[in-house]
Structures are given as C-alpha cells and as structure tokens.
Design a binder for this molecule. Structure first.
Ligand SMILES: O=P(O)(O)O[C@H]1O[C@H](CO)[C@@H](O)[C@H]1O
Ligand SMILES: Nc1nc2[nH]cnc2c(=O)[nH]1
Length: 265
C-alpha cells in the first residue's frame, strides 16, 4: 500500500519509525539519487509501514545544507514522496528554544518560519521551475496548515500534553556552527521562537507540490541569550532530547506520544 503520510525524523528522533507496524526498510544508499546521511542521530533510511493502521513512510535521518548538499539535493526526498502519492508531510526537528518561556522537552508546533538561508538567496526552488511539481511562485503564507495544527493541538489535549506543547516560529540558519548570543537575540527579536538548521527547505518544496504540512520541533536546549551563561550548545545534548521527553512523559509511552501525531483519515 502506498503511503499517504511521510514523516521526517529530526536529530535523535529516528525512534519514531520504531512504532510503525509491518515495516519494510530501504537504506538511503540503495535508493537512486538519494543523498547519504552523514550526521550522528540520522540513520539514513526510509521505513515504510503502518502507523495507527495508516500507511506511512518515515525518513529516519534527513539531509542538511551544512553537510555540503545544495538545498535542492536536501529536498530531493520530498519530491520522491510526492511521486509516491504522499499527501501529508510531517516534519520534525530538534531545535534550540529562543522563546524564554520554552523549556527543554517542550514540543513546538510550527506556526510559521523565518529562513535566513531563503532570505539570503538559498531557496530550493531556485532555477528553472518544473511545472510538473508546481507553480513558479508558490505562496508560503499558509505553509503550515491550520487544520493539521488544530488537529495536533486536539491530540495533545487528549493525551494530556498541553502543559508542554507550544506553537511558534522556527528560524533556519545554515549551520553547522550554533548561533552566537547576538544572533540568538537577533532571531528572537525578529519573531523566532526556536532555531535549527533544517526543515524549511523541505517545507518549501512540499508546499510547491501541494503537500499539506505539519511541522513539529522538539526543544532540546535553550538558546544561550546572555553573556553570563555557562551553557554551551552541543549535539550530544540535542540527541538526548528524545530521552528527556520520554522521561517527562513517563512509560509506557503512547506509541505516538512525543509528537502527538494526528493522522487525518
Ligand atoms: O534539524 P534536525 O535535523 O533535527 O537537527 C538539528 O540538530 C542538529 C544540531 O544539533 C542540526 O542538524 C539541527 O538542524
Ligand atoms: N541552530 C541550532 N540548531 C539546533 N538544533 C538543536 N538545538 C539547536 C540550536 O540551539 N541551534
């Protein structure tokens, strides 16, 4: 059965694919033209299976611009999903919290994004437009679908997760270095609630070809905003994020728990 939903697992969040039933797994290196995953916490394989009885594909490990790939290579899998018949894309990521009210372990449903890469000219749709996928000038004011966001909020409420579920604006910076204190302050002043190095190019390509998008950030660390702080962003802490959330939620974990994934039928 062809998947209707694709889920991209963020840093350290590949465990999400473990909850699929009837799994069929393809390593990315066996798929023609797919990039290779080079980052710790990104296994690099496509896992097909059923989530709550619905056919899904999970990309266990994504590709990033800072790995040396162009933004169009990073987003190649999205077009493959589209051609497979996927209609809904759920993008997840690990992100640093810019909003002072956010805590480590919070889940942020993405309301909107600010792309430092995109504003700087690195848009995955740059170049000749392939009309088979979408229009030359796609709208992005509705990039993150309100209905999916409301559904996600309802699921979070049903699961009793509202105390640590937020909504906010995700900022993309190119990486791989983490932000300076001044950059964190600037991104927050611009309206950013969380910062990371992924997701936005995937969302742009998904919206171009008409996929419905739900974006979810797991706040794995608080961005350092103050020169007196001794905190230092590091990838080990980012990868521990899922563990932190599992501890917070307690066990046994609801199969869809950490992201409250709503799958519209
Ligand atoms: O966005 P994902 O892939 O979840 O990973 C985030 O975590 C890594 C940095 O620790 C960066 O790759 C950043 O983008
Ligand atoms: N850029 C960036 N990416 C992250 N991914 C997880 N945490 C962070 C962070 O603080 N900054």
């Amino acid at each position: 059965q062809r998947p209707k939903t694709a889920i991209i697992c963020g840093s350290g969040l590949g465990g999400l694919a473990d909850v699929l039933d009837n799994k069929t797994i393809f390593p990315c290196e066996d798929i023609p033209h797919f990039p290779r995953s080079t980052v710790a916490g990104h296994i690099g394989r496509l896992v097909f299976g059923d989530l709550s009885g619905q056919p899904c594909v999970c990309m266990q490990g994504r590709f990033h611009y800072y790995e040396g790939y162009s933004v169009s290579t990073v987003t190649f899998p999205i077009r493959v999903f589209f051609l497979l018949g996927v209609e809904i894309l759920i993008v997840t990521n690990a992100a640093g919290g810019l909003n002072p009210h956010f805590q480590v372990g919070d889940i942020m449903f993405i309301r909107d994004h600010i792309s430092m890469l995109g504003l700087g000219g690195q848009n995955p749709l740059r170049g000749p437009n392939d009309e088979r996928f979408g229009v030359r000038f796609p709208c992005m004011s509705d990039a993150y679908e309100q209905d999916l966001l409301s559904l996600a909020m309802e699921s979070a409420q049903e699961l009793g997760f509202l105390s640590f579920v937020r909504e906010g604006v995700y900022c993309l910076q190119a990486g791989p270095s983490y932000e300076t204190i001044a950059e964190c302050r600037a991104l927050h002043a611009l309206g950013g609630d969380a910062v990371g190095m992924s997701t936005v190019p995937e969302v742009i390509v998904a919206r171009h070809c008409g996929l419905r998008v739900l974006g979810i950030s797991l706040i794995t660390n608080k961005a350092v905003m103050n020169y007196n702080s001794q905190e230092k962003a590091n990838h080990e802490e980012v990868l521990a994020g899922e563990l932190q959330l599992i501890l917070e939620l307690g066990k046994p974990l609801h199969p869809n728990a950490w992201v409250c994934i709503p799958l519209p039928s």
